[in-house]
Design a protein around this ligand. Structure first.
Ligand code: CAA
Length: 379
């Protein structure tokens, strides 16, 4: 793996960094505090190409690849993790349509995602009774003369209410992984409604809702990929999504470490700076080392995906390590701040909360371990 970034990768990283520093970070506290969805910010990010980093130019993407996408995600998450998760799911949805869609489906939705005409796109696999055990989903899609009729409920859908299109999984026959199909559900679909916004521990400026399908009507063309073979679509999507969440965790942790270092060089105790105490130095050293290791794992997975090589196991390893390391790094940053780390005015309080979900969504740490172990033990 070449550790030197290409000119394109540097450009995307710098573009995301400039935007994050100048436009995203200043309003992050207020958006979080008041639960304001970043409509304006996401639109500007689309104009900068950040809603289609790994999407072909002919659909409005910047075709910069997976490593560039990961680098951009780290930068956005450094400033605002809520905006980062909205960006992550939107890019993932665009990639799924690009990978599995027919030309008409691609033309219909991808340019609207990459241009920001759709404020976001969403991914609806989880249901109230099943998250990790995704093949146990109960939402049904029944074929009719005019298309499909969907019934069921999807839970914890990021940007669900604002998404121009949601990629949704439903049972079309059989049991288990077989007989699940993938559908493109546009906003405004008759029979689709949304539950109230979830009140979460963190990521307050992101939108998380349930999606309720009551005889929701979809045309024949809503089917994405092959009928009954949709479960693999979700798995392929999540393999890539896990690189995004690992990158997001790295961005949050980087900010937490920066704040911890800044504070350690300002605050004194026992007659010297915190930074001069070995106990603090070791925490900072551990955090920096784990952060670098996380970056290397995430970039390796991104590099494999970019080069068309198998990357399922490496994406799970990257997500597992990066998100767990990020939680440790954020916890240490709070610890270094002492009582102030528990106070809202200090950003580490937010990083600690925002980071928590990264070991849960897009596959818990336990699921990542399952994927890693299965791939090692299979052969
Ligand atoms: N790529 C392609 N196909 C895959 C695959 C992959 N990475 N992993 C599995 N499959 C296929 C298998 O080949 C199998 O197909 P066949 O039967 O034709 O061989 C089928 O999928 C079922 O696989 P398993 O037998 O391994 O199924 P399982 O039920 O034992 O385990 C699982 C599957 C790995 C646990 C899976 O259910 C999983 O990843 N669960 C976690 C779900 C998850 O991550 N949810 C996140 C929600 S989205 C989210 O959080 C977004 C957000 O808002 C931020």
């Amino acid at each position: 793996m070449d550790l030197e970034l290409s000119e394109t990768q540097k450009l995307i990283q710098q573009t995301a960094r400039d935007f994050a520093t100048k436009e995203l970070k200043p309003g992050a506290f207020e958006r979080e505090d008041k639960g304001i969805y970043p409509f304006e910010e996401l639109k500007k990010m689309a104009e900068l190409g950040l809603m289609g980093v790994n999407i072909p130019e002919k659909f409005g993407g910047v075709e910069a690849g997976v490593v560039a996408y990961s680098l951009a995600m780290m930068e956005i998450a450094r400033a605002c993790a809520s905006t980062a998760v909205s960006m992550a799911v939107t890019n993932m949805a665009a990639e799924i349509i690009n990978h599995f869609g027919n030309e008409e489906q691609k033309q219909q939705h991808i340019p609207k995602i990459t241009s920001g005409e759709y404020p976001a796109a969403a991914f609806a696999l989880t249901e109230p009774h099943c998250g990790s055990d995704a093949t146990a989903l109960r939402t049904t899609a029944r074929k009719t003369d005019r298309g499909w009729v969907l019934n069921g409920t999807k839970q914890f859908i990021t940007s669900g209410e604002h998404a121009g299109v949601t990629i949704c999984w439903a049972r079309t026959s059989g049991q288990g992984a077989k007989g699940i199909s993938t559908f493109l559900v546009p906003k405004g679909t008759p029979g689709l409604s949304y539950g109230p916004e979830e009140r979460k521990m963190g990521l307050m400026a992101s939108n998380t809702v349930s999606m309720i399908f009551e005889d929701a009507q979809l045309p024949n063309e809503a089917l994405l990929g092959d009928e009954n073979l949709g479960f693999s679509v979700s798995m392929v999507a999540l393999d890539g999504g896990r690189i995004g969440v690992g990158s997001q965790a790295i961005g949050i942790a980087q900010s937490a470490l920066d704040e911890a270092i800044f504070y350690a060089k300002e605050r004194t105790s026992f007659g010297k700076l915190l930074a001069e105490h070995q106990a603090i130095q070791w925490m900072i050293a551990d955090s920096a080392t784990e952060l670098d290791a996380a970056k290397l794992l995430v970039l390796r997975a991104a590099n494999l995906k970019e080069n068309g090589k198998p990357f399922t196991r490496e994406a799970s390893m990257a997500k597992l390590f990066a998100t767990e390391a990020a939680n440790r790094i954020c916890a240490r940053a709070v610890q270094i701040h002492g009582g102030y780390g528990y106070i809202k005015e200090y950003p580490v309080e937010r990083y600690y909360r925002d980071c928590r979900v990264t070991t849960i969504y897009e596959g818990t740490s336990e699921i990542q371990r399952m994927v890693i172990a299965r791939s090692l033990l299979r052969g």
